[in-house]
Design a protein. Structure first.
Length: 297
């Protein structure tokens, strides 16, 4: 996966760009399965879009939150997906062919930029007003069903690991203000408004250790950071409109992808190979566009 093998001169351009409105992208989710290859997109004006990756066309476009910004959107199970708006409403949608119906909704009482996420395919939850970002981590115990944990990053810079079943914190550490989290296999990364990206290790769901400056970037500010599912590649979404790629093993920089004219809002890796057996990276930007990248396949 050496950078010199793939990018001997200039990094590549996106293989495709999805354009619809100029409304900023606020969240996206890339879902690939045997039955569907879809990008779920939420925008700042409340618009919800579902893009078919085969045709590169919008298969659904609705005002999901009456003009209120979409904080979070993602696939659930079958034909269902969810959206969480800044209006505090979490909607569960049933998308069947060209017809979309609201299956259910509930009030989360969160009217800021905190967002909902999923515990599993059939459960959805939201977090408190103080949480900047959070992750659901798979745990294990002696029971048949694994116990999930939540790692939450707070605006104060605290990182706290929560036991969901006991409703209590297990351990905590201190890092940047307003952290953005990503995690895989007991370790992860923390980005923020600063130039540094921290590395985090979770020890048997009992303690957290943080290496404050694992990676240093040129320009301050990250909106999102993701680790690819094969645990080999890191992508970081910059305020400067650039996507920075790093090796997960060495944490060394590999490439900088430049295309968007405004900051990158969200990133998503495809869990499987799509579009001529490529593993994709999708990037949504404040400029309203979604870029698709084939990198280090």
């Amino acid at each position: 996966m050496a950078a010199s093998k793939h990018f001997k001169s200039q990094p590549p351009d996106p293989i495709y760009v999805l354009r619809s409105t100029k409304s900023p992208v606020t969240d996206l989710d890339l879902t690939v399965s045997d039955s569907k290859q879809v990008i779920f997109c939420g925008r700042s004006d409340g618009l919800i879009e579902l893009w078919d990756l085969d045709s590169k066309r919008i298969m659904l476009s609705i005002d999901g939150h009456q003009g209120s910004s979409v904080n979070a959107i993602g696939s659930l199970y079958g034909e269902y997906f969810y959206s969480h708006g800044r209006d505090g409403i979490v909607n569960i949608w049933n998308c069947h062919y060209s017809r979309t119906e609201k299956a259910s909704s509930f009030v989360s009482e969160l009217t800021n930029f905190c967002k909902a996420s999923t515990f599993s395919a059939d459960n959805c939850a939201a977090v408190s007003n103080e949480v900047k970002d959070w992750l659901v981590l798979p745990g294990s115990d002696s029971s048949v069903k694994p116990v999930p944990y939540i790692m939450a990053g707070y605006e104060s810079g605290d990182i706290i690991l929560w036991d969901i079943t006991e409703h209590k914190p297990i351990c905590q550490s201190k890092c940047f203000d307003e952290p953005d989290l990503t995690s895989t296999h007991g370790h992860g990364l923390i980005g923020s408004v600063e130039k540094e990206i921290s590395a985090i290790d979770i020890h048997n769901m009992e303690s957290i250790s943080v290496k404050r400056t694992a990676i240093t970037i040129t320009n301050s500010g990250l909106n999102d950071i993701k680790i690819r599912q094969d645990d080999k590649l890191i992508a970081a979404a910059g305020w400067d409109g650039r996507i920075r790629l790093f090796s997960m093993k060495s944490l060394k920089p590999l490439a900088v992808l430049s295309f968007h004219s405004e900051s990158i809002s969200k990133l998503a890796f495809s869990s499987n190979k799509v579009m001529k057996s490529q593993r994709l990276l999708a990037a949504g930007s404040k400029d309203g566009r979604i870029s698709l990248w084939s990198i280090y396949n």
